[in-house]
Design a protein around this ligand. Structure first.
Ligand code: TYD
Ligand code: MG
Length: 455
């Protein structure tokens, strides 16, 4: 008989599977954590035994749940979720400590309670008094909302089965534990088992569950990646803790588009929505200063205007330093090289600093032209007209390449009162529907520079 090569052991801590037993897990280095995997019962044919015969369904037989979405009372959050909360969905909200996750969910649950939904906020991190202090800052609460401080997830499961609320917050998954898992709360095994239980509860009782997850230094939700695979939606709350605005981004969404963002501002009375983020991002920009250029990027389906700033100065010591904030450092080096070669500038002995204002991190290559023009503007000390926006990706031979969704970007700029746009030449072929806006096409960097010199 052929020897069976199935996995026979797995690590309780990290889930590592192996045919051999180890005293120390080769993956997470925990001692005595390998246990025998349960064997599936076999039928006479050798195939695993299954229950009743499974019945596949046709699409027409399946009821669509699209109509049942629950509005959160926050337009920004509704957009990020894809039109509201789908009943029975499991939503992970990640973000740095102190960014405002608890505040956001408390506000959303206040809205839900006010709209007549029965909701429950469970905190494993704060006392009821602390929750009340936060709630007092946000405003009055009405309707069926209750609070619980608890970390024992088995007890919570019991409560949910009895009470059957429509939506629950678990703040945070790292504080929850189950009795039958030996490791400490926050360990990979606990996080996985707790999420598993929450998943079962959400689907079987049709409760929408928001899980709060802390984020580690490298920017992922603490605990196994498995957590992200198990939930329906992953939202990240980001932004500079010291700046007031916050961006909520859907990085995974089984029921909507990813990449959608919602913009909020942290105020003394909780989070306020920012319905016009472009205006917010451009607030306070310098007029008539060199090295400042406005461009637009797409965040999901939504255009967002922002300012690129650059500062080029002669270096004090030999080799020029390059610093980039909010944009890839290598991209800046590449664009400097393109400028040297295609515009005949000698930038080797220049320090170059590039910054996206507002603390955003952008990887959209349509930022290229703005970065080049900002650097050029600073190098020549030539201010760029404040009512001009630029869009375009820059290629290695200095050509300006088309960017997607140019129409949306141009219209956003027109809406905010910009009067001139410098675009890739190819974009002019289509009707961009921006009435009253002067559209100037540029095929390469030289042409774009000529335009800003003539302004
Ligand atoms: P919090 O929601 O506790 O963050 P998280 O749950 O992500 O750790 O938000 C904490 C920060 O927000 C804290 O620094 C105080 C600030 N804050 C305000 O500025 N205004 C407010 O109305 C509230 C409730 C909090
Ligand atoms: Mg919190």
């Amino acid at each position: 008989m052929a020897k069976e090569k199935a996995t026979a052991f797995f690590c309780k801590e990290c889930g590592y599977e192996s045919a051999k037993w180890y005293g120390m897990c080769p993956s997470c280095h925990a001692y005595n954590s390998m246990v025998e995997a349960p064997k599936a019962p076999k039928t006479a044919s050798g195939a695993p035994r299954t229950g009743a015969r499974p019945i596949p369904r046709r699409l027409e037989e399946i009821a669509s749940e699209e109509g049942d979405r629950i509005g959160t009372g926050s337009e920004e959050l509704d957009r990020v979720l894809g039109g509201g909360i789908l009943p029975g969905s499991l939503i992970l909200t990640g973000g740095d400590p102190g960014i405002g996750k608890s505040t956001l969910l408390l506000q959303v649950f206040r809205n839900l309670a006010r709209a007549g939904h029965k909701v429950l906020y469970i905190s494993g991190e704060e006392s009821l008094r602390q929750l009340k202090l936060r709630a007092d800052r946000i405003g009055a609460f009405t309707g069926e909302i209750s609070f619980l401080c608890e970390t024992d997830l088995d007890a919570i499961a019991e409560l949910l089965r009895e009470e059957k609320p429509e939506a629950v917050v678990i703040d945070s998954i790292q504080t929850m534990s189950r009795g039958d898992v030996a490791s400490a709360p926050g360990s990979p095994a606990q996080v996985r088992e707790c999420t598993n239980l929450l998943l079962t509860l959400a689907k079987s009782l049709t409760i929408s569950i928001f899980i709060v997850g802390h984020v580690t230094k490298d920017g992922t939700v603490a605990g196994p990646r498995l957590l992200e695979h198990m939930v329906d939606t992953v939202l990240y709350f980001e932004g500079d803790r010291h700046a007031s605005y916050r961006i909520l981004r859907a990085v995974k969404n089984r029921f909507g588009a990813t990449g959608e963002i919602g913009v909020f501002e942290m105020t003394a009375e909780g989070l306020k929505e920012v319905p016009n983020p472009s205006a917010f991002m451009l607030n306070g920009r310098p007029e008539g200063a060199s090295g400042s250029v406005i461009t637009g990027v797409m965040e999901g389906t939504r255009p967002l205007l922002l300012e690129v700033q650059a500062l080029l100065t002669r270096t004090a010591y030999g080799m020029g330093r390059r610093t980039a904030a909010g944009i890839d450092y290598n991209r800046v080096s590449l664009l400097l090289a393109v400028m040297e070669k295609r515009l005949g500038l000698s930038l080797g002995d220049c320090d170059a600093y590039v910054n996206i204002t507002g603390g955003l991190r952008i990887s959209d290559p349509s930022l290229d032209l703005a970065v080049v023009l900002a650097m050029y503007s600073s190098y020549r000390d030539l201010p760029i007209d404040a009512s001009t926006v630029v869009f375009g990706e820059v290629g290695l031979s200095g050509e300006i390449r088309a960017v997607p969704m140019i129409k949306e970007r141009v219209q956003e700029a027109a809406r905010l009162g910009f009067s001139t746009a410098i675009l890739p030449k190819s974009a002019l072929r289509a009707d961009l529907g921006a009435k009253g806006m002067r559209l100037i096409g540029a095929a390469n960097l030289e042409e774009a520079i000529k335009v800003i010199k003539a302004e």
